[in-house]
Ligand binder design. Structure first.
Ligand code: NAD
Length: 494
């Protein structure tokens, strides 16, 4: 790369020590990455689907075999506990396998009903967009870079990706493993740098833009995509609710709610930040939930820890501001809210609040940390109304007997709704779309559309035997008469 001006220092949040440095690339560097990627894509697009499939199945195996190395890098950049880092290994392996297997079917040209039966032969095929730009956040540095790139690459695109400046090394390792699996060297370009320089340039150069991050940045990028008339998907923030119905099984609900709120130290777009509990079960759930939260083991080392470090001391300050604001306005702290400086500068104990007034910032704003508030409700209808009373619509959950659960789920306004699980059941269902309603995003990842969005559909229609407007000798009134009769008959036949 040329014109590199300075470097970005990556810190291990567990120790505060420097983990490594990467270049802070310029706009010109980014343009050069697109030039190189575009050249590689021209050759890649001719690679048979079965060869692409083989590469990604090899990548699947490599990720599983080399998981210790990957987990070490993820933990060093993010400070998360190892079990939360492993979720990323699972996700990437599952995504690679899923799309590699679906690819031949998904990209096979498809015959569809033509304009006129027999006379019009119509086929739809899918051409790659070209070079897909991906801009990712720091909270899942493997999943939100590599898993979003997998369907784009399989579909025949090149990818230029900007990881977050706090977590570039995971994406760089992912790129290395993709090449080891057989992906052509230049096809996947990781370009490190700031959002305002590299991120903006990616938005200007990409043929398709895939963004994951805050709603505020998503809005800025949507303007550029709109101006350039390129397709765009955005996976944004959430303020995800969980409802506990009176017929919930608390033996299942309590540990699952803990996972739903505090996985990845709450730095998870689909994690639960508010729980509405039916009055009949509120006392018991609250006591058991607090008790279980207080047993969670905190630390950034091995497999036994439940809660890791946050991404930075600044993120802890940010979360504590939310907690203090709520407490000043009358909320009650049930547990947590303490910085664990004995462990490091970015550790915060999992926090449960109640009696949070509507004016408190965290009542509506996304905290993105290990903080949840509980609210007792009189009826399930009240819980549903409160759950939906938000600008967001990313994820929602309900714990209940199956009949109640499905009934509630159908009334929740969110892109994913989980019954007797917090988020993983829906997110892990690779055949189903995942994404947000309202200010939580546009477009979807996962499912067939998670790959097809990176393609341009092309409809090819061949008109055969006679012109579509009828034989040249046919008068317009007879054409109108024939078509009217055909349509009337066709209503019953076709
Ligand atoms: P962010 O928007 O600040 O940053 C995300 C990425 O965008 C980073 O790489 C950043 O450098 C880049 N960026 C920032 N400003 C930019 C600009 N003006 N132009 C181009 N690029 C720019 O988000 P964050 O705070 O790092 O991440 C946390 C947010 O991400 C939370 O709101 C969370 O809910 C959301 N998130 C959503 C999902 C999802 O799937 N819906 C997943 C993970 C995180």
């Amino acid at each position: 790369m040329t014109n590199t001006l300075s470097s970005i220092v990556v810190t291990d949040p567990r120790t505060g020590k420097t983990y490594g440095e990467v270049p802070a690339h310029s706009a010109e560097d980014t343009q050069e990455a697109f030039r190189v990627a575009r050249k590689a894509q021209a050759a890649w697009v001719t690679t048979p689907l079965l060869e692409r499939k083989r590469i990604f199945l090899r990548f699947h195996d490599l990720v599983l075999e080399r998981q210790d190395e990957i987990l070490d890098v993820i933990q060093a950049e993010t400070g998360k506990n190892r079990a939360s880092a492993f979720d990323e290994i699972l996700d990437v392996a599952i995504t690679a396998r899923h799309y590699a297997r679906r690819l031949p079917k998904l990209l096979k040209p498809r015959r569809v009903k033509g304009a006129l039966p027999i006379l019009t032969r119509t086929v739809v095929d899918h051409s790659p967009k070209g070079v897909v730009g991906i801009i990712s956040p720091w909270n899942y540095p493997l999943t939100l870079t590599i898993s979003d790139a997998i369907p784009a690459l399989l579909a025949g695109n090149a990818v230029v990706i900007k990881p977050d400046s706090k977590t570039p090394f995971t994406a760089l390792l992912g790129a290395k493993l993709l090449v080891e699996a057989g992906l052509p060297q230049d096809l996947f370009q990781v370009i490190t740098g700031s959002g305002s320089v590299v991120g903006q340039e990616i938005a200007q150069c990409a043929d398709y833009l895939m963004f994951t991050g805050s709603t505020a940045t998503g809005r800025k990028l949507a303007k550029i995509a709109g101006e350039r008339l390129i397709s765009f998907s955005a996976e944004l923030g959430g303020k995800n609710p969980l409802i506990i119905a009176p017929d919930a099984d608390l033996d299942q609900a309590v540990p699952a709610a803990i996972q739903a709120c505090f996985s990845n130290t709450g730095q998870l777009c689909i994690s639960i930040e508010r729980i509405y509990i039916h009055k009949d079960i509120a006392k018991e759930f609250t006591e058991r939930f607090i008790e279980a939260t207080e047993t969670l083991r905190i630390g950034g080392g091995g497999w036994l820890e439940d809660i890791g470090s946050m991404i930075s001391p600044a993120q802890v300050d940010h979360v504590i501001e939310f907690i203090d604001d709520a407490l000043v306005r009358g909320a009650r702290l049930l547990t947590g809210g303490t910085r664990r400086s004995d462990l490091g500068e970015a550790y915060l104990t999992p926090t449960i609040l109640t009696d949070v007034p509507e004016e408190a910032r965290l009542y509506r704003e996304e905290v993105f940390g290990p903080v949840v508030f509980l609210e007792e409700v009189q009826t399930i209808e009240e819980a549903i109304q409160k759950a939906n009373d938000t600008e967001y619509g990313l994820n929602a959950a309900v714990f209940a007997a199956p009949h109640t659960g499905w009934n509630v789920a159908l009334q929740l306004h969110a892109g994913t709704v989980n019954i007797n699980e917090g988020f993983a059941a829906a997110f892990g269902s690779m055949n189903a779309p995942m994404g947000g309603w309202k200010a939580s995003g546009v477009g979807r990842r996962h499912a067939d559309e998670g790959l097809l969005k990176y393609t341009e559909p092309r409809t090819i229609a061949e008109q055969r035997f006679i012109p579509i407007s009828g034989p040249i000798t046919m008068s317009r009134p007879s054409y109108a008469h024939t078509m009217t009769t055909a349509l009337k008959l066709g209503k019953w036949v076709l």
